[in-house]
Design a protein around this ligand. Structure first.
Ligand code: S3P
Length: 187
């Protein structure tokens, strides 16, 4: 039975994308939006970091510590390739995934990528309130964090901007996201 929050599937167009990848910086809200979106349109939801952790049998910080970032990126890439074989799935990707190993191209070749875009200031505020442990920003003071985000975002935007659709992530509500996906023909 459909819950109150779920969309009537007849509202979806015939050529709905089978895989939707949410991309964007750490703290942009990909996981929250992704799981809500999946519930609304009746797709499975997958968080790439969770899948890497399950497959590796260790946490993301643990992987960075023991194996280093390069190995983490390789495992992310392998997981993404497996996900490209699945149908009807919303994937929230790790913030660095689209920026390494041609992963933005892989996403665009196998589905629709959506960039959830936020300013460095907004990202900093969200990350300061987040409980998720993120090795790249661990131990940074507030000004250091803002500096780090500003610098890294300026190199990553080149990749994020290759998304099929960019959406302003500030206070983004799930209804607005669905509407934008429909307007752009993704749903
Ligand atoms: C990373 C983002 C994290 C996680 C890892 C590296 C990055 O995912 O994949 O800590 O390089 O930006 P979230 O974007 O879900 O925090």
């Amino acid at each position: 039975m459909m819950t109150q929050n779920q969309m009537d599937n007849s509202a979806l167009s015939g050529n709905i994308e089978s895989r939707i990848f949410l991309i964007g910086f750490m703290g942009s809200g990909k996981s929250t939006l992704g799981s809500k979106l999946a519930r609304q349109i009746g797709y499975d939801y997958v968080d790439m970091d969770d899948l890497v952790e399950e497959t590796a049998g260790m946490t993301v910080p643990g992987i960075f510590n023991e194996h280093g970032e390069a190995v983490f990126r390789k495992w992310e890439h392998d997981i993404l390739q497996e996900l490209c074989l699945r149908e009807k799935v919303i994937v929230s990707t790790g913030g660095g995934a689209p920026c390494h190993s041609n992963m933005i191209q892989i996403m665009n070749d196998h589905g629709a990528s959506i960039y959830i875009k936020l300013s460095p200031e907004a990202l900093k505020n969200r990350l300061l309130n987040s409980k998720t442990e993120r090795p790249l920003i661990k131990g940074k003071s507030e000004p250091e964090l803002l500096d780090f985000i500003t610098t890294l975002l300026s190199t990553r935007e080149h990749y994020y901007n290759q998304a099929r659709l960019s959406v302003d992530g500030f206070n983004l509500q799930i209804g607005e996201l669905v509407q934008k996906l429909q307007e752009s023909g993704i749903l």
